[in-house]
Design a protein around this ligand. Sequence first.
Ligand code: G16
Length: 532
Amino acid sequence: MDLGTLKESCSQYNNPSKVKLTYGTAGFRAEASLLPSTVYRCGLLMALRALKTGGVTGLVVTASHNPVEDNGVKLVDPTGYMLDQAWEAWANKLAAADDEDGTCAVVQELFQVEDIPYGSSTVMLAHDTRPSADALVKAAAAGVAAMGSLPIACGQLTTPQLHWMVRQCNAGLKHKEKAYYEALATGYARLVSGHPAPSEGLIVDCANGVGAAKLQVLADRLAPGLSAELRNTGAEGLNDCCGADFLQKERRLPAGFQDVPEGARCASLDGDADRLVYFQRRGAADEVHLFDGDRIAVLAALLVMDLLRSLITAEQPPPTVGIVQTAYANGASTAYIEEKLKCEVRVTPTGVKHLHAAAEEFDVGIYFEANGHGTVLFSAALVQRLHELGDDSGPAKALLALVDMVNQAVGDALSGVLLVEAALRRKKWGLPEWAALYTDLPSRQLKVKVADRSVVTTSHAETRVESPSGLQQLIDSAVAAAPSGRAFVRPSGTEDVVRVYAEAATQSAADDLARLVARHVHSIAAGVGLSP
Ligand code: G16
């Protein structure tokens, strides 16, 4: 690394706004014009991370479910997982540097403290469909190049595609986009072989995001194995009244779905295709029946446990299966998993990085946030055992097909669609059978705008408020007065809001509880504008 060149390059990406962005739930996210210096410095960081680990790293320019005027950056470790949490502090320190001198000082400190060897590394870059992407990818590439490293521009990809490609690349396996479709498609074909397709196709809301084009390639590759009609595939209207986040929060039909028949099987992706929910129109109005991440986790568990049951041999200990959720998980799903599936449930704070780590502790770790972000992880030991059983065992072959089909790096809406479709097909189920497993407790989510969301801090996997003082007591009293009430609040790590979640015996009680808790947040944590 040449310090003079680095300093010159850094001076092109100083932060004139003086807004200090911090690493949130899934990287940095803000209104796009505030981002160039932060994204540039993430380029520096990921080149350093690649040098430190000796592998290829990744960086995706995306703001996922946020509105189109926002953008952001998600950072990928050589494992294909999100950036090691221990390095988030470095990301913040770099992002907060005042100017080129400050940035260079942090880079030098990083070299020293992390004992990073000098040399050249490689960072794979991708982006979603936002108009601000080009300038930000250029900033990221400049950061990588300033470290004397190689930025590889992979173009428009879904976030999970880049995670998958980084993971495969570091494992010395085929890692081009084509290989991704190949792996998913062949896994799916093996899994559903001999199980007839349903007569009705799937209708997918693509949130006008990058998932539209990518799902089309996958569906074409699978034709006629997967019959999918894609909607909200445009260049405009990203996440606007559509997409998985809209469905999960608003519980109503997305734009462009007003004509779907009541029983139709529908799914929705978010803007960078790392979240998936299913839904079905309910009644004549805009109402929907939502099949959220909790329900996808249960379906995945049923599929995996059916296969494991037929696989288990007396002489070996049975593989461990666990489901990881967050406080947002509907109480009815948790009860079903524990009481009916007899499966262990772990609860972590929000954020895939937390759920993923917990899921790795099982032979099969199924993690899904209620918002539809999740996947199924298989331990290396189990995969090896499945290979040993090989061709002699139908269940082992099906499980290996699942390992290929389900993104092992991160939650992936495209592989999620195949997971749900394969599970339903193997069980000869439609949405009614899936819905009948359990009935969700009525719930409501709200957002409260406050002057500074960092004043709200939480503990116990985000179920208790630590500060501001007095807020938890007010929430406790509100919960105690609601029939079967449960509520919590937490600062979002992707939007400038405090989130409120409430559950109760009836929808109106859940709505009232959420509104009351939101009012308490608004009054105690310096709410801005009107309380919801
Ligand atoms: C990201 C994270 C998810 C998280 C979501 C919302 O999703 O990857 O784990 O659930 O943000 O986080 P928060 O409630 O802190 O705003 P995405 O799809 O937006 O990248």
